[in-house]
Design a protein around this ligand. Sequence first.
Ligand code: DX5
Ligand code: ZN
Length: 223
Amino acid sequence: MIYIAPSLLAADFANLKTEIRTVADAGANYLHLDVMDGAFVPNISFGAPVISALRPHSKLIFDVHLMINDPGRYINDFVKAGADLITIHLESCSDPAKVLKEIRDREVRCGLAISPATPVEEILPYLSQIDMALIMTVVPGFGGQKFMPDMMEKVRTVKRYALTHNLKLDIQVDGGISAENTATVTEAGANIIVAGSAIFKAKKPRAVIEAMRKEAEKHPYKA
Ligand code: DX5
Ligand code: ZN
């Protein structure tokens, strides 16, 4: 099953409630929430209070992508805000295993992300402890950047590892994805696809989500 996760970063911030309803009605599965602290990444977005305010207005899976230093400090806040899935960056803390365990102990799904500069080998030891691996396909910090096809080799490595070790693992890709390159990411093994600009900036978000889903179905994982 392929899941589509519109990234709220590309939404109209003056109309968030309407924006999330639009993508839910258009067939989205997840709502990808990019939290940026101006330190781990150069940009500042929004935090737990905004997520908590949106929670009562949506049944979508709240997929919180933390691009913040030392995320362990805030796990409680994001759990309380209503996150269903919390992803931290491998590069953002000294003991990722400890933070991942904290997330799991709160009965929230946990994800681990790697930025383009981080070798895939660094995430492999954690795969048995997480629900989702996030392979960034842009340098984190901003929406609307260009997709990096070179990252597909990492997706393939993670997918192969999960298959050979019998792990139930979701693989998410994030950055520069649209219907045009959905086939590339699903053939490599990704099953949760984040798209910000492609969906929120479209005149017809439903058509984009349907096109992405169709591409994904036509192009399943190819070993
Ligand atoms: C980048 C964020 C992405 C971004 C995706 O740091 O993690 O989720 O919002 O936006 P697009 O799809 O526009 O590249
Ligand atoms: Zn993201």
